[in-house]
Write a protein that binds this ligand. Sequence first.
Ligand SMILES: *[C@@H]1O[C@H](CO)[C@@H](O)[C@H](O)[C@H]1NC(C)=O
Ligand SMILES: *[C@@H]1O[C@H](CO)[C@@H](O)[C@H](O)[C@H]1NC(C)=O
Length: 261
Amino acid sequence: MSRRPGNGTRRFVGGGSNPLGGIFHSKTQTSPLLSVVLVLLGTVLVIGYVYKGSGGSGDYKSFSKVQGDFSCTYDVHMAIPILKKTYGDSMHKVLHVGPDTCSIVSELSKEKDTEAWGVEPYDIEETDKSCRSLVRKGLVRVADIKFPLPYRAKSFSLIIVSDAIDYLSPKYLNKTLPDLARVSAQNIVIFTGKPSNSKANIPQASRFGRPAKMRSASWWARFFVQTSLEENETAAKKFDQAAAKSSYKPKCQVFHLNSYR
Ligand SMILES: *[C@@H]1O[C@H](CO)[C@@H](O)[C@H](O)[C@H]1NC(C)=O
Ligand SMILES: *[C@@H]1O[C@H](CO)[C@@H](O)[C@H](O)[C@H]1NC(C)=O
């Protein structure tokens, strides 16, 4: 079906006697210049954007406002190469849990030997075509993480969580965290907001229903012990070393956990 209009156009342009031929001709001459200008403009914008994103904390705040009230999903994007260095062989089957998961799943899928799935904990309201396609294929699911995840035990080698568990009260965390460990066969990486960021990152009306509660590293450490989850010090060390090497400083706290044995 998509072939038909193409053929028609070719025939149309090919008919040299057509009075519109001149317009088509002049269009092909100006369009390379136009596209060069557009590409240059685009490059400048992208560089400006990236520069802003990696700049001071003030700029970071405005970036996170653009993306909605999240803080850590941006960190996950930046951390993908670092996670590869940390988990290499365990990046075969990855599940990302958190807002804007479509963007993470698309990016992870570009990695060699990586299959990526995503759980979007909140409604996907306005979404693009590629995200809808991921949902249709079942690669991305919209699921309330207060309830058991729709996957079998040990389905994924690595689970990445961002901006998702900050919104849960301890009562739900007690169920959700062990359930994340259940569907993981090896490792879990959790990105959570830092308490010092909390004022900057919490807008008045959160789109996630309740405001995030930014907990300290020691709070989380205690919580992991309570739920019998071990932190993986080897992974944490590898991650920190790889991050330092590429001068990447996560804005969020990053925890590396082992799945249940
Ligand atoms: C969560 O679980 C731990 C250990 O199982 C328990 O001590 C704690 O009271 C629970 N917290 C809530 C809010 O249910
Ligand atoms: C800790 O993480 C490393 C990846 O850096 C992994 O190879 C190792 O198996 C993990 N340790 C445990 C006990 O799961």
